[in-house]
Ligand binder design. Structure first.
Ligand SMILES: [Zn+2]
Length: 403
């Protein structure tokens, strides 16, 4: 017998609703550990161009020759920071997307052009009202999520879809500056904030950590200090919150330093959210706290310490997502300046709760109260989640009840 709770549905502060909705009928490899099975799934596709999601390079890599005999495929790494496009797909897409097709194997180029690539991938499968509705009601809700922020608004048509189906209160849009600038003034009102990336991802071995990955690659910092200072100063003129993707400790160090510099130069710092913030020293975290920064983190990424032990050293596995340090020693408060989301890797209450309560390392632990404060809707108006926690067996069962 475990301890029982009823908690509100989740408020996922960081995912990619429009891209995941657009791609919700695609082949998903995230649970496929066997390359042969992955290849045979792809072989069967009859789409003009098949988008494949969830490829996890900790399970296997594909050789070019293995892919070139398949129908046209665009394969997305589970991190959405690494892509493979086979020869038949490259031939079809070359004229319309010369730049992307020519550079898709170049990690540095990919990180610097990530928004353009994600929009390109999202557009292979056009989205519509039904896809968004069923993504929220058939998929997110069944996984315990009521509300999900979209960190990648691809264009105005998604605002129109949410308006038409009446789901604007179930999301909040963030856009990159190029997309934001392209919108008319009416659409701009629907954009909550602007998102930038300053490094890559662990899944693509491009997160800017201070040591090389065990497999030899080095992470990527996208901006020089000067360029980041100028970019943030420029972005703040829009008077919108800014969300900054920073995973590795080189990136978290850089962003905290630059935000301190902006503050001491008496420029006004806009409302800042740092996304992921997985590797951070206590000293930098204290500065982040004093600057009033909100940390938007993913308890499910505790699992990176296990699934990416092939590329992260033991030191970095242990250093990942130090929630206890942030809360107990630095004073971040879940629900106030520490909020939680999934990035869709995976979505839902089950994995998030397992990783929060029973993580690989004690410093990654969240209490159920902290989880509720940082990750749940304020009330149970739209439904709730029945939870039973068996501490001894480290086992959690969840049941979603929607109203
Ligand atoms: Zn994301």
């Amino acid at each position: 017998m475990g301890i029982k709770y009823e908690i509100p549905l989740l408020k996922d502060h960081h995912t990619h609703t429009s891209i995941y909705a657009s791609l919700s009928n695609c082949i998903d490899l995230s649970a496929v550990r066997d390359k042969k099975k992955a290849l045979s799934l792809m072989k069967k596709s009859t789409d003009e161009i098949t988008v494949i999601l969830g490829w996890n390079s900790s399970f296997f890599y594909f050789e070019d020759e293995e892919l070139d005999g398949l129908p046209p495929v665009v394969i997305c790494n589970i991190s959405f920071h690494d892509f493979m496009i086979n020869k038949p797909a490259r031939e079809r897409l070359f004229d319309s997307h010369k730049d992307i097709i020519s550079h898709i194997g170049d990690g540095n180029w990919v990180e610097r052009n990530l928004y353009a690539i994600l929009k390109f991938v999202g557009n292979i499968k056009p989205c519509n009202d039904d896809l968004v509705r069923s993504f929220f009601d058939e998929y997110l809700l069944k996984n315990g999520i009521w509300y999900a922020e979209d960190m990648l608004l691809a264009d105005r048509k998604f605002v129109n879809i949410f308006q038409r189906i009446g789901y604007l209160d179930r999301t909040r849009f963030w856009a990159d500056i190029e997309t934001f600038d392209s919108l008319d003034s009416e659409a701009k009102k629907y954009v909550h904030g602007i998102k930038i990336f300053i490094d890559g991802a662990i899944g693509a071995k491009t997160a800017a950590i201070k040591e090389p990955f065990l497999t030899g690659e080095r992470g990527i910092l996208i901006y020089s200090d000067e360029k980041l200072f100028d970019t943030l100063t420029q972005l703040s003129t829009h008077n919108k919150p800014i969300a900054i993707h920073a995973v590795g400790d080189l990136a978290t160090d850089q962003i905290i330093k630059i935000l301190s510099d902006i503050q001491s130069s008496e420029n006004c710092i806009p409302q800042i959210r740092i996304e992921h913030f997985q590797f951070i020293s206590k000293e930098r975290a204290e500065t982040a706290k004093s600057l009033g920064i909100v940390l938007s983190m993913q308890p499910n990424f505790n699992n990176d310490s296990i699934q990416y032990a092939d590329r992260l050293s033991a030191k970095y596995c242990k250093y990942n997502n130090p929630f206890r340090m942030l809360i107990d020693e630095v004073g971040f408060v879940p629900g106030e300046d520490l909020i939680f989301g999934s990035d869709g890797m995976p979505h839902g209450v089950q994995c998030a709760l397992e990783q929060s309560l029973f993580p690989r390392f004690p410093d990654q632990t969240l209490t159920i109260e902290e989880f509720i404060a940082g990750y749940c809707m304020p009330d149970q108006k739209n439904g709730y989640i029945k939870i039973e926690i068996d501490e001894a067996q480290k086992n959690i069962t969840t049941e979603i009840v929607s109203n």
